[in-house]
Design a protein around this ligand. Sequence first.
Ligand code: SAM
Length: 321
Amino acid sequence: MKDKFGREIDYLRISVTDHCNLRCRYCIPDGIQLVPMHDLLTYEEIEKVCRCGAELGISKLKVTGGEPLVRKGVARLIGMLKRIPGISSVTLTTNGVLLEECLDDLKAEGLDGVNISLDTLDPERYREITGRDELAQVLAGVDKAVKSGIRTKINVVLSEFIRDQDWKGLAELAKETPLDVRFIELMPIGAGALVAGYSNVDVFGKIQELYGTAKKDEREHGNGPAVYYQLPGFTGSIGLISAIHGNFCHHCNRLRMSAGGELKSCLCYEDIIPLRGLLREGNREDVKEAFVRAICEKRSAHCFYNIQKVTEKKYMAGIGG
Ligand code: SAM
């Protein structure tokens, strides 16, 4: 279904939990209020929402969190979503800590791709940023994902915690490995508003100084706003998600749903449409109507360049990124 600005809204990001097994300093600080279990949508309720969405043209789903792999049985959800008529792609974004142990089940249920959030390849720096010593586990998950042939992307958020050695190491990973490394500009949401970010254009310029001139990579990589480039001698591609300096909202095709069942049409604003009550009262048509409302009320653009206007107060882990 198109919104009033003519954008085709065909992508839903679904958070399945606010809980995370890492404490990334720009994403989920200590003390976050978790959604109590009985307030979380069940997998059956999530499936019902997605069936309603699919009837309105949603065809791509991303399962996220918090950390989606900490929710028990999430592979079963992937299978349930894959079987919905009209759904062409179900992908997952994870910090990768539990990926190695979950990947076989996720693949068996038909997962189409995995995004792994990783800001450094240095164990010491990883502990500083995430509060945990899990880098080896994450890298084992990345390796297994690549070897399994599933589409694999690494997401790097350019916050003040990232140093030159970090982005260089990650760029090198794209040189050696058939995966995409994407540099995302930090958005001023939740803890992200208290942390400085920097432009991915600067980083990309330095990457080209090191590796040579990049060529735009026109191949299909996914559903989002990333722009991809190929560098001489690289096996994988480099992606730029220019959330701040490049206003990509005119292409925005997405809605989001929180773990508690709140439908949200823009990251930047606190506006939500609660679905949980509608789902539990069992009225499908009301759920569809809420979807249509979310699409109709979708704003033209975010306002990250003017932080005073950003009304969203939640942490990114509570939204799903
Ligand atoms: N735990 C999962 C993970 O790490 O991918 C899923 C949730 S996490 C909120 C989704 C993505 O949002 C991660 O790539 C994370 O790095 C990114 N993120 C968190 N805070 C951000 C911010 N303020 N600006 C931009 N990206 C952010």
